[in-house]
Each structure stands twice: as structure tokens, then as C-alpha cells.
Design a protein around this ligand. Structure first.
Ligand SMILES: Cc1cc2nc3c(=O)[nH]c(=O)nc-3n(C[C@H](O)[C@H](O)[C@H](O)COP(=O)(O)OP(=O)(O)OC[C@H]3O[C@@H](n4cnc5c(N)ncnc54)[C@H](O)[C@@H]3O)c2cc1C
Length: 479
């Protein structure tokens, strides 16, 4: 009996030693481009003693930040007609931190992350042309490189847009040859590499480390994983679509639900020289189709994304539908009422039904073709192939108290914990969000640590101030 008692004590002492070894100042959950950007900023520009990043897969950026799972666009607000001017200004500065960061790297590495590409937003038919003319006047000073192109101008840079188009169809475009595509997977890998290169040995990356639950006892977070329990004073959950699930488990964000929008793609032979977007519908900005060169697949044009209602948290992983239902709280009256209200909007309902049909064999492709013909009128169904293994999930938040759809990113700040939900343009503004979260972390620690924001701004923002009191999210809500 005494033997068992003593061995229990020894066991607990050993456990405590092990667990204290696993005590960190800051734990980041999720190794996508958001989590790795924060890992980089904390390790490089603060004196925080110990930071750990926990990622459930064996490589970073295998979910929405994966090269194949998003559209690889650096959104700076010039061709995003749904961004109000104020948002465009903030997103521009925030997104341009990525090229500034990348250009400091070795040229071989730069070439794997950042790609110069032309970008265009195309207006088709009178209403859109009028809208785009107005948009140009509004933003031309903010984007001096942006050119307004008529049919002739468009033909010179993207001949397939005018080829086969009806003579009397009006078109207009805003165009820049100075855009960027980004492989966000490679960017995330580079953040980790930079952390490892630094002198801070207390920054640890745990791959294959799946967080099961988070609890808070005695002012310390206990994060249970398949690799044991990690303790931390501060936790940042950068798990995108999973963040709300963790928030709810700790009593935060209960008023939110999620509309799961799957975005898939098609390939054709290369028909465009650069990225060509269509005008975004303000109620459904994630549904506007575009054609892009793919930074991982040469000589093709990638078309999409489609916008299909599909109840999972991770693309291609049916098993994650259980987590979706847990975090969406679909069976509550206020959630059901919000979904009915949001989906009873004629435009939205029509879009979602149409998009559900795009995945049907044979006819799906033909139905989707109409969207692409707006850009390349001469394209045929036989030119298109489904991009298997490409695509991601865009979980849009629903406020079940106001019954409104909240577009863009979301953030919940709790007691020494932050939960980030990061649909587009989350990847483009990952460094900006990392700065914003770092400032919040400093407040959590009552300024026990310091953040060298000045050096960070000089090195990653070209000396421009990161005005983190302003949000890059769409401030407009749509009911
Ligand atoms: C179709 C589509 C097109 C898009 N196009 C663009 C675009 O052109 N430009 C742009 O800026 N943005 C785009 N986005 C949005 C962009 O992909 C996201 O904003 C960005 O990837 C979010 O990064 P993240 O690190 O927050 O999330 P993710 O990349 O999803 O990373 C979350 C991480 O958390 C990990 N995780 C989850 N649960 C756990 C757990 N329990 N334990 C440990 N780890 C966990 C995951 O494995 C994952 O690595 C697009 C998105 C989609 C779906």
C-alpha cells in the first residue's frame, strides 16, 4: 500500500516536471499561414521567452493555406469591387507586408512563394460597366497603377476575353500588370524556417499534434493533445474553421453559427495571361468566378471557385461534418431562424442551388460554363476538367442574435485567449493579423514583455505604420 502511494507521488513529480517542460508563455494552435505568421512575429520581434505552435498534420499549411486549396491571390483591394474604400485602404497596406517580407529572403526562396502576375476585374454589360466606371473614380488615387481598359485595351492584354464576344456587348476592365500571386503554403513554411534560423530556442513547433480540448485552471490554460498536455499563460487559436468550435467549448462565441461554403475549381488549357476576376456581388462576394494562372500547375488556367453549401469543416474530409454540426449549433431555434432568413434571400438561394448543381457529373460542367463564358466567351465544355484535389472551405459566420451573415474575418478575444476565424482575405493579411494579435498578447501580459513593432514595420511593412486598431474585415453585415 505504502509502495503504491510512494510510486504515485514519484509518478506525479515526474509528470509535473514533464508538464512544466511543456509550459509556454504563448501557445498557438494551428499551423496555417495565420498561425505560422504569428509564430514568426512573436519569435522574431518580441522577447517572449517561450512560444509553441501545435499543428495536427505532419506539415504546416495543409488545410485552407495549402497551395491548391485557395486562389493564391494577394488581395490588395484594387480588383475587389465589394471592398468599401476604407477597407481597401487597410487591406492594401496589410497585404503588401507579404511582398516586403518575401523580398528579404534568398532569391531561390522568393521564387517559390511570390509570383508577379497581371490582374483584372471585368465588367460585362451596361449595369456592370457603369458600376466599374464609378469604382475606378473612387479608387484611382489609391491604386495609381490601375488602368481603365476599353474593349481594345482588353484585347491587347487578354485576347481571349474579346474573341467570339457579341459585337454589341459592352465591356470594361480595371487592370494592373503589377499584381501578385502567393503560394501561401510555401509562405507558411518560410515563416517556420525563419523562426528556426533565429536564436530563440524556446520557439517549438509540434507537428502531428492534434489539440483535443482546452481548459483553464488556476490562470493557466491546459491544452490536451495526442502528444500530452501543454500549459500556457496565453493561447491563440488560429485554426480557421475549427476556431469557433474551440471558442464555444470555453463558453465564447455562442451566438455564432457557420454557413459552410465549399469552393472547388476547374482547369482549362491556358486561356488567360493573368488573373481575371468578375465583379463581386456584395451579398455573395465569395461566389464570383475568376480565372487564374496556377502557381503550382504551369500552362493551365484555374477557374472557380464554386460556392457550394457543404456541411464539413475541412474540404474533402467527410468525417469533419461531425465537428461542423457541433460548432454550427444548427438545431437551435435562433440558428434555424437565421439560416431561413439568410437563405430566403432570392439572390443567395438561387446562387446556392445553382452551385450545388455544378458538382453533378456532365451537366455540372455545362452549367458552370456560363460563368466562365462571361470571361472567355469561346470556351467549350470539353475544354474544362474538374480540378481534383483542389479547393477549400470558406466558413461564413452567422450572428444568430441579429440573424445576419458576417462576411470576412472574425476574431473573438477572451480571457488571455484569442480565436481567429479567417476566410478571405485572411491569407493576404496574415502578417498584419499577427501584429494585431501580438499587441493583444502584450496587453494580456501587462507589458511584461516587449514588442519591437518599429523594427517589424521597417522590415515587413516598408516603414508604413500597421494601424491595427482598424479591421481588415468587411464591416458590412448582410442579413
Ligand atoms: C476556395 C478558397 C479560395 C481562397 N482564395 C484566397 C485568396 O486568393 N487569397 C487570400 O488571401 N485568401 C484566400 N482564401 C482564404 C485563405 O485560404 C484563408 O484566409 C487562409 O488560408 C486561412 O489561414 P489559416 O492559417 O487561418 O487557416 P488554415 O490554413 O485552414 O490553417 C488552420 C490550421 O489549423 C490546424 N488545426 C485545426 N484543428 C486543429 C487541432 N485540433 N489541433 C491542431 N491543429 C489544428 C489545421 O490543420 C490547419 O493547419 C481562400 C479560401 C478558399 C477556401
Amino acid at each position: 500500500m505504502i509502495k503504491i502511494y510512494i510510486s504515485n507521488i514519484i509518478y506525479n513529480i515526474i509528470l509535473n516536471i514533464i508538464m512544466d517542460k511543456d509550459k509556454y508563455d504563448v501557445l498557438i494552435i494551428g499551423g496555417g499561414v495565420s498561425g505560422t505568421a504569428l509564430f514568426y512575429v512573436l519569435s522574431k520581434y518580441t522577447d517572449i521567452s517561450s512560444v509553441a505552435l501545435l499543428e495536427k498534420y505532419n506539415k504546416v499549411a495543409q488545410v485552407n493555406s495549402r497551395g491548391r486549396n485557395n486562389s493564391q491571390t494577394l488581395h490588395v483591394g484594387d480588383i475587389e469591387t465589394n471592398y468599401p474604400l476604407e477597407k481597401a485602404k487597410i487591406v492594401k497596406t496589410a497585404a503588401m507586408m507579404i511582398p516586403t517580407y518575401v523580398k528579404k529572403l534568398h532569391p531561390d526562396e522568393q521564387n517559390k512563394i511570390l509570383f508577379k502576375v497581371s490582374k483584372m476585374v471585368l465588367a460585362v454589360a451596361k449595369d456592370e460597366v457603369v458600376q466599374l466606371e464609378k469604382r475606378y473614380e473612387e479608387i484611382k488615387e489609391l491604386y495609381p497603377d490601375l488602368q481603365k481598359l476599353d474593349k481594345r485595351g482588353i484585347e491587347k492584354v487578354e485576347p481571349n476575353i474579346t474573341k467570339g464576344r457579341r459585337e454589341n456587348e459592352e465591356i470594361l476592365a480595371l487592370y494592373t500588370h503589377d499584381g501578385y500571386a502567393v503560394d501561401y503554403e510555401m509562405l507558411a513554411a518560410s515563416f517556420v524556417k525563419e523562426v528556426k534560423r533565429g536564436a530563440n530556442n524556446w520557439s517549438n513547433l509540434f507537428l502531428g499534434c492534434k489539440v483535443k480540448n482546452i481548459k483553464r485552471t488556476d490562470d493557466v490554460y491546459q491544452v490536451a493533445t495526442n502528444q500530452g498536455v501543454f500549459k500556457a499563460g496565453v493561447v491563440v487559436v488560429d485554426a480557421d474553421s475549427y476556431s469557433l468550435l474551440f471558442a464555444k467549448s470555453l463558453g465564447y462565441g455562442n451566438k455564432f453559427s457557420l454557413v459552410p461554403i465549399a469552393g472547388n475549381f476547374y482547369f482549362s488549357d491556358r486561356l488567360l495571361n493573368g488573373k481575371v476576376y468578375t465583379i463581386q456581388n456584395k451579398k455573395l462576394p465569395f461566389a464570383s468566378v475568376h480565372g487564374d494562372p496556377d502557381v503550382q500547375v504551369s500552362n493551365k488556367t484555374r477557374w472557380g471557385p464554386t460556392a457550394k453549401f457543404f456541411p464539413v469543416l475541412e474540404s474533402g474530409k467527410l468525417s469533419t461534418s461531425v465537428d461542423y454540426f457541433k460548432s454550427a449549433g444548427l438545431f437551435r431555434y435562433c440558428t434555424a431562424k437565421s439560416f431561413i432568413k439568410i437563405l430566403s434571400d432570392h439572390t443567395r438561394f438561387k446562387y446556392l442551388v445553382k452551385n450545388a448543381l455544378y458538382d453533378l457529373p456532365l451537366v455540372g460542367k455545362i452549367l458552370f460554363l456560363a460563368n466562365i463564358r462571361k470571361i472567355v466567351p469561346s470556351i467549350k465544355a470539353r475544354d474544362l476538367k474538374k480540378a481534383k484535389g483542389f479547393g477549400g472551405m470558406r466558413l461564413q459566420r452567422v450572428d444568430t442574435e441579429t440573424h445576419e451573415l458576417q462576411l470576412g474575418e472574425g476574431r473573438i478575444i477572451g480571457n488571455h485567449i484569442i480565436f481567429n476565424m479567417t476566410p478571405s482575405p485572411g491569407a493576404s493579411v496574415c502578417l498584419f493579423n499577427a501584429v494585431r494579435d501580438t499587441e493583444e498578447i502584450m496587453k494580456f501580459f501587462n507589458n511584461k514583455f516587449s514588442f519591437d513593432k518599429y523594427t517589424m514595420e521597417n522590415e515587413c511593412a516598408g516603414g508604413y505604420p500597421c494601424e491595427t486598431n482598424r479591421s481588415t474585415s468587411l464591416d458590412a453585415y448582410f442579413s
